[in-house]
Design a protein around this ligand. Structure first.
Ligand code: UD1
Length: 429
């Protein structure tokens, strides 16, 4: 299993180009199941998660070609027909969002058998809202032996659906099914994340009729068929925020390009409050931090446009060295503080009680061996390692590879002393 070694204490200077959003790319890839024409996705990140989903789509009948176009990495997905409506456990468990093939499969063929998902170990993460929404659209859903069996032999029909709380996955999944349903679907209390808007823009370019994306109410007028299109994946706001926090942690000056600062407005506001220099540009943001100590600030994670739960671990890393006590409230996922004990191994002073962590800033962190537990937690350890004295070794970095493209290369280009130690055939691989 690979590890990442970081020698801390080197300020970062340079530019990092942000990749396409993982969480958008994987939903857009699933959308390709809805048409028999090619869907060309540009600005594609090349990640373990996109590879996992690619493998599953190929099993279902998608021809998938990865190529380099004028603007970088592209993937062309072409599903002339669905050759299998079965998404097996061994492929779905590798990446939770693979479950989102269920909706498109039912919408296109009237039936599907999809394994219940695995995914990051950050709480229970059920899919009840997804299944309720598909039922509301007229699908019959049965659960047996870890699989969802879904049927809609006469097709799906529009419905009015009110989500009891905001779910990104359930909103996207319902969109992916409702676009081909008969009649109108209205979604209330929908998630408003930029990735949902991106999905709606792409689906509309494919011939769907969705309005309200980016707000809490979506209206979808079902259409009979969708066609192919070319669509550019939006920039990854979590990668943007992560490198912004890395620069703030290590000090120096880093310009993040090919991205949008408005996607991480809540984070940038908190960073400025803490004393980090933030300069917003049309194509990104510059982060500056001198030798002065930062101030502790409080955060609470919330659905977009609130503070993203996917940036909570990285922000906690920054707060470990701030002056004072920072209270961090996690409201989206239970059990999403697994990075706290690992950060404590580096010398951080953190206590967790329920959904709240109290971080009392220390003068310095010290390098140590730490263990990555989930995608965002792993990268928080890398960020902490950039500022810790001596060497930090992050074990089990396969989590990182799921969501961060060329992480070591991007950070080393800014002067970070970071390298990968390639796996030694550990059976846990
Ligand atoms: C997506 C993102 C993830 C991000 C999260 C919240 C992807 C691939 N993942 O995850 O990175 O952290 O949004 O911004 O895009 N829930 C239920 N029942 C359901 C669905 C969700 O109880 O049927 C709960 C979840 O357990 C969680 C909350 O709702 O507590 C929000 O989850 P959701 O917004 O659905 O997150 P994901 O789509 O899984």
């Amino acid at each position: 299993m690979d590890r990442i070694a970081i020698t801390g204490g080197v300020p970062l200077h340079g530019e990092i180009a942000i990749s396409g959003a993982k969480n958008s790319a994987i939903k857009l890839m699933a959308a390709s199941l809805l048409t028999d024409e090619p869907l060309r996705l540009t600005n594609m990140p090349r990640l373990a998660d996109t590879r996992f989903l690619g493998r599953l789509l190929q099993r279902l009948g998608t021809e998938l070609v990865e190529q380099t176009g004028e603007a970088g990495a592209e993937t062309v997905l072409h599903t002339r027909e669905i050759v299998s409506g079965i998404a097996p456990y061994d492929l779905v468990r590798q990446m939770r969002a693979s479950f989102n093939v269920l909706g498109p499969l039912i919408a296109r063929t009237g039936q599907a058998k999809v394994s219940l998902p695995g995914g990051c170990t950050i709480g229970a993460r059920p899919v009840d809202l997804h299944l309720e929404a598909l039922r509301a659209l007229g699908a019959t859903i049965d659960l047996h032996e870890g699989y969802v069996y879904a049927q809609a032999p006469r097709g799906l029909s529009g419905a009015e659906i009110r989500f009891p709380f905001v779910s990104v996955g359930a909103t996207e999944h319902t969109l992916l099914a409702a676009v081909l349903a008969r009649g109108q679907t209205v979604l209330h209390n929908a998630a408003a994340e930029p990735e949902i808007e991106d999905l709606a823009v792409c689906l509309n370019a494919m011939g769907a009729r969705i309005s309200g994306a980016g707000t809490s109410s979506l209206v979808i007028e079902g259409v009979d068929r969708l066609h192919g299109t070319t669509h550019a994946v939006i920039p990854d706001r979590i990668e943007t925020g992560t490198y912004a926090l890395a620069a703030a942690m290590a000090g120096g000056e880093v310009r993040l390009t090919a991205t949008r600062s408005d996607f991480i407005a809540a984070l940038l506001d908190r960073m400025e409050e803490a004393g980090v220099g933030v300069e917003r540009h049309e194509d990104g943001v510059t982060i500056r931090r001198g030798p002065e100590r930062l101030r502790a600030v409080e955060i609470e994670t919330d659905p977009y446009p609130g503070f993203a739960t996917d940036l909570q671990a990285q922000f906690m890393a920054l707060m470990t060295l701030a002056d004072g006590e920072s209270v961090i409230r996690e409201t989206i996922f239970e059990n999403r503080f697994m990075h706290a004990p690992e950060l404590s191994r580096l010398g951080a002073d953190i206590s967790v009680s329920g959904g709240e962590a109290r971080v009392r800033g220390v003068e310095a962190l010290e390098g140590a061996q730490v263990m990555a537990t989930d995608l965002r937690a792993s990268v928080s350890l890398v960020i902490a390692g950039l500022a810790a004295r001596g060497e930090t070794v992050v074990n089990r970095v396969y989590h990182l590879d799921r969501g961060f493209e060329r992480l070591e290369a991007k950070l080393s280009a800014c002067g970070a002393r970071i390298h990968r130690i390639v796996g030694d055939g550990d059976p846990e691989d």
